[in-house]
Design a protein around this ligand. Sequence first.
Ligand SMILES: Nc1nc2c(ncn2[C@@H]2O[C@H](COP(=O)(O)OP(=O)(O)OP(=O)(O)O)[C@@H](O)[C@H]2O)c(=O)[nH]1
Length: 232
Amino acid sequence: MREEELEVALKVVIVGNGGVGKSSMIQRYCKGTFTKDYKKTIGVDFLERQIEVDGEEVRLMLWDTAGQEEFDAITKAYYRGAQACVLAFSTTDRDSFEAAHSWKLKVENECGEIPTVIVQNKIDLMDQSVVNPEEADLLARALGCRLLRTSVKEDVNVAAVFRHLAARCLAELRDPRDYDYFTTPTPHHPNSLTISAFSPSHSSKNHNGTIVLRPNKHKKKKNVLKNACRIL
Ligand SMILES: Nc1nc2c(ncn2[C@@H]2O[C@H](COP(=O)(O)OP(=O)(O)OP(=O)(O)O)[C@@H](O)[C@H]2O)c(=O)[nH]1
């Protein structure tokens, strides 16, 4: 595999209570669509999108996990190997806000500390808000994460969420000194790689939720991050 064939691929998990808008966010971002219907996610869904960040092509693999507790056992297996996380709650759902700490812990238990954005979704419904802005700011500070307010419905700030995470992961890869979790696999984080020489568009999932990545024959990428990666 030649160096220039490497590309950056990030696994991002989207977590949060049921109904906060996780599936809608991924659909909006990857397909540009929004629907008012609520169809609860059973287990896990997956979509991807490629973007350019700082002149680097980044493939975002977005894992939409079910928010309902009944699916906890299934979904946590899919957290493994995630390099970034979107933790969402809804402006109109107090429980979803209060559950943020426990979602952070669930992800941490599987992935260790990974770049995470707290998303307050449904800001188009601010007039029905049950979370005041200071509380949301405090939550983000307590969890050590950036807070972004979005409306998936009105397409406000959705792209910023993923762009922020991608930029942050890239920055950390370029200067990994403080971020061992990207380069040092651990039992909790065995696939802690952010650069992949393979294309997830040709990927499949094995029975324990690990993405099996196959070589991408079409891509030729310049790898500016060669010292920060290990090839899968
Ligand atoms: N007003 C408004 N509604 C939204 C927004 N985002 C999502 N919704 C609606 O909220 C409902 C739930 O959205 P989903 O995306 O299915 O929620 P989810 O978090 O994936 O839910 P689970 O699959 O159960 O975990 C749907 O009816 C969406 O149309 C938003 O920004 N504003």
